[in-house]
Write a protein that binds this ligand. Sequence first.
Ligand code: SF4
Length: 56
Amino acid sequence: MVSINKEKCIGCGSCSATCPDVFEIKDGKAVVKAGADTKKPCVKEAKEICPVDAIK
Ligand code: SF4
């Protein structure tokens, strides 16, 4: 399970660039795509790359 802290997210787009199958930007914030495979290895990369540590 992956969740995004919308309070923290600044909409930088790094997660969607790193892991476009799972993350997308909607209304300036990252969201997890419906039905996305959140076990993909790139999810871990996105967590690490997020500048504000908003992906849990
Ligand atoms: S990398 Fe972090 S701050 Fe940037 S859009 Fe994704 S969740 Fe938001």
